[in-house]
Design a protein around this ligand. Sequence first.
Ligand SMILES: [Ca+2]
Ligand SMILES: [Ca+2]
Length: 131
Amino acid sequence: MKQLLQTVSIGCVLCALAAPAWATATLMEELPTSSRFLCLNCHTVQNPGADQAQLNPFGVAFRANNNRWDAELARKRSDGDNCTNGFELGDVDGDGQLDDKVEQERSNPGEPGCTLQLKNETWGALKRIFR
Ligand SMILES: [Ca+2]
Ligand SMILES: [Ca+2]
């Protein structure tokens, strides 16, 4: 009986230790892509453990959205930079499908700073200037 209790206790501890990594991997699959920044899309550190799983601003917004990627979350600018979460994650409309010719995150949705996001009208204006 004592040996059975020890085995169960060890099993519980191992499950508790494995849970954060499993949860993170499962949640990463909800995003349109996570191949470039991996855990850093939502966390402040790469490979967060149970004792260090602090979320960045996008991770907080993703959790507040019930860990779902959708058009509403895609329209937000969780990290306060000039690009929407959708643009940074390569899925502007938030349908879960990457934008045309996009294979990974354009920039990190949880850290301020991003690649330039231009609207079609802006591109048109720039093209007219340089013709
Ligand atoms: Ca899309
Ligand atoms: Ca960003």
